[in-house]
Write a protein that binds this ligand. Structure first.
Ligand SMILES: [Zn+2]
Ligand SMILES: [Zn+2]
Length: 376
């Protein structure tokens, strides 16, 4: 079938994106779902910083590629052998397919699924195939097994989680990346204990979702740090207790004063080395630093190992919030429904597919939390 999609043909195109238009809205060919695959009509897709990192070249991927890895939609067709889903079901996509039989999958760490990550690096679906073609019949790569910036997507059944049909698609989409990554980092990776103190550095969609997670999880003091004043203000409205401008010289000292020596858990979501070093240094002796930021693969951080040892510190990475999507997405949705995880606060803009480049320029400028493309 012929569908409209946002295709990235080259990385590293100069800003402003509303002028340079790195994503081209074009008609592409989408093949029928193969064995173990489904055709999903996309209803909503969120603009995430990781998409931006592909556009600006910080997270190199195969091009051409249809971007978008945070989305929700409705199953409209089943491939052969699909018996655990049915047409009409609503689904949220998970951006690492869960093969279910590799060692990480079998040890309850599907975020590290070997087959899922290999397929994502190749830009294919979990089974190895590509279902997107351009007008010349050349392959177009899939983004994280999802490619949600399109009217329809063919995906592996291992890339979706079934959700309640009553949930608004605009909200549902956010659970696929921002909520899993942010809330999961707090609950699964850091294993926040009631009453612990927390620092969240980097207030994008994931940082704000982590803030919601820290509130829901019972952090006693939540400090947020960023260089963007508007976002700091917004975080206080969300329920953060202290907001710190991390560009200020006394920022670290301030955090140590507020917490009598440093926070129990520091989270870094900015994806830049100074933010990671800042967060690590703001964490208390015996504390934990969790990072979900994704700096360019060539970047390295300065770290004095003596502090890791003598102060029993932990520095830990978190991918998809160490989530088990089939377990955590429904649980987080239940928390949302009961008002304990007000995910709707993350949603700042609703766009059409044609406005995708305007949206990414807005995201690059730091003027949005989560923007969702709504398909009719
Ligand atoms: Zn994302
Ligand atoms: Zn696996």
């Amino acid at each position: 079938m012929r569908i409209k999609a946002a295709v990235l043909h080259a990385m590293g195109i100069e800003r402003p994106y509303d002028q340079s238009q790195p994503l081209v809205i074009e008609e592409v060919e989408l093949e029928k779902p193969g064995a173990g695959e489904i055709l999903v009509k996309i209803h909503a897709a969120g603009l995430c910083h990781s998409d931006l990192s592909v556009i600006d070249g910080n997270r190199p991927r195969q091009v051409p590629m249809v971007l978008g890895h945070e989305a929700a939609g409705e199953i409209v067709e089943l491939g052969s052998g699909v018996d655990q889903h049915s047409v009409g079901e609503h689904v949220v996509f998970s951006f690492v397919p869960v093969c279910g039989h590799c060692m990480p999958c079998m040890t309850a760490r599907p975020a590290l699924c070997e087959n899922g990550v290999a397929a994502n690096n190749k830009g294919s679906l979990l089974g190895g195939g590509m279902r997107l073609r351009d007008q010349q019949q050349r392959n177009i790569h899939h983004h994280m097994g999802v490619s949600g910036f399109a009217e329809y997507a063919v995906v592996s059944t291992k890339s979706v989680v079934r959700i309640d049909n009553t949930l608004d698609y605009n909200i549902a989409a956010l659970f696929g990346c921002a909520v899993m990554t942010g809330v999961g980092a707090v609950i699964n990776t850091a294993k926040l204990i009631l009453g612990q103190t927390v620092l969240i550095t980097g207030l994008g969609g994931v940082g704000f979702a982590a803030l919601l997670g820290a509130i829901a999880g019972g952090a006693s003091k939540i400090i947020v740090a960023d260089v963007n004043q508007e976002k700091l203000k917004k975080a206080l409205e969300f329920g953060a207790h202290e907001a710190i401008d991390s560009s200020k010289e006394n920022a670290l000292e301030n955090i140590r004063d507020i917490t009598h020596g440093g926070v129990d858990i520091g989270f870094e979501f900015a994806g830049v080395i100074p933010a990671l070093e800042f967060t690590y240094n703001a964490t208390a002796r015996g504390g934990k630093t969790v990072t979900a930021g994704l700096p360019h693969p060539s970047k390295t951080m300065q770290l004095a190992p003596v502090k890791l040892v003598a102060e029993e510190r932990t520095l830990q990475g978190s991918y998809i919030g160490s989530c088990i999507p089939a377990r955590d997405i429904p649980a987080y949705i239940e928390l949302y429904k009961s008002g304990r995880l007000p995910v709707e606060k993350l949603l700042t803009h609703i766009l059409s597919l044609n406005e995708v480049n305007i949206g990414f320029e807005r995201l690059a400028k730091g003027e949005a939390i989560r923007q969702v493309i709504r398909f009719n």
